[in-house]
Design a protein around this ligand. Sequence first.
Ligand SMILES: [Zn+2]
Length: 572
Amino acid sequence: MTTYNGYELNYSIDELKKMTTEEMTDVILLSPNSEEYLSLEEGDKKALRHLVIAAKIFNNVSLKQDNALNITMKQALEEAAPNNEQAALSLKMFNSLNGVSGLNGVDKEPITIFKGLITPAGKNFYPQDLTVEEFHQILLNMFNEEKVTEIAKILSSRTMVIRDKNELKAIDYTEYFKDEFSEIANELEVAAHYCTNSLFKEYLSWQAQALLQNNEEMDMLADKHWAMMQDTPLEFTISRENYDDEMTPTVLENTELAQKIKEKNIEVIAKDMLGVRVGIVNKKGTEVLLKFKDTMPQLSSLMPYAEKYTQSINTTTELKQTMVDVDLISLTGDYAQCRGGMTVAQNLPNNDKLSIKTGGGRRNVYHRQVRLSQDAARTQKMLNAFLHPDFHKYYNIEADHLFVIGHENGHSLGPNSEYQNSPGICKSIIEENKADTISISFMPEYVKKGIIDETTLKEIYTTWIFRLLLRAQPIFPTETYKIVDLIEFNTLLKHQAIFFDENKLIHINFDKVSPAMYELLSQVIDIQLSKSPQKARQYIEANTTWNDLHEYIADTHKKLGLKKYKNIVNFF
Ligand SMILES: [Zn+2]
């Protein structure tokens, strides 16, 4: 039996073949032969090459953050792959997950490429053998020793934590990844030298400095420059999001520990998983985004209960939000951990970052190649299975993008974050439900303004409704987006905005779609304004009925076969 650093491969050749063909979708990034790349100025082409190198080095950083064995196991697979089909296919799965294990968005348990090699809750941000109990006990002991500064470092978003005798010790990313970060900083400086745009040049220089110094204020300055870029030809982002670390947040569930943390005023933030996105800004796509953005002050006055709270967006203040549509050249690190899907748009920095806390803006980037990647034959099979033929012509994946724009902008409307956080564990469901219902409710307004036409409106409704057909009953409260989809699907049925005919095919009553969602939006705003977690829970319970019809949809999905994995195809 072949082993890899002592581990056996977990899946047979047949299983791997199925996973990497019928269950996998290619996401094809921009090629050097594309018009978008060829029409760049020479300086920007040169800059891109260096940004791609930086992105690749960052991938090694994130592999180390995710699992201590990622890099050695990847090397072992790469060595064996040329002469061993099972290793070659396992490597393809490794690259899809960008790690030795991960969820696929369908199955409850993570898939693991090697038998018995799992990734712990604290990823590799913490020692692999550290349990939650031991973690809490060590922190309590450290509190008794008055080691408050060291505890604050351990609970910070930018440190790797290692054992130090009986205690834990935190090492800042800029020190732990010193070698990688200084190489990356060099690449960024070279790219800054070549690129043609002065704002972009400035941002890259700040970002390079931030990688070299153990100083959160440098990140803040880099982030502020990054968020201001609206008219640059190139795109480069270092994503820092903290959804992967499941260890740090547990300290707040320990009453004794939580009390001490509060007394000492220590901020608890989960660790940032790093990732890099490189691309070229798509001018045409960006123009559409900006047209949508311009309507936001007017939409805020159409919000339910608009008179009951202060609008964060109005005609007198400028929205600190840039938006670009991007053709992707490279996605690495967190972006390439395709564990249950890939994001089609991202709005950064998140609220935990110093630049946001000190009044910096945000930048919203839409991922063209991710949204355009789909299997046309499979889409047709889905349409045949679910939608009456009269409506097939209205299915258009680019219309889905317009729905997403409306959704992202929707997060900037409505009561402020104090109200948004008030529904407790239901807060994300309520907030995402708000963004969806704002998007659909106000689509007719864009028709009135001549930004989209009547046919596009029908395409947006039809393509969005397709999103709501669930593959399984969603789990409360973790499967936020699927719970939201179920609420919206059930509401469309209740309002007869959609109905199933005798052949179980969907018909859409276009005139009823936006009014149904506006009614839901009114309920959601009312919940946020009430600050009542009970009200939120009752609303969710009342709208998430799961019956034979839902089972039928889930079964039909299963019969059509599920796409669970992504394969990012890079040319640079
Ligand atoms: Zn959202």
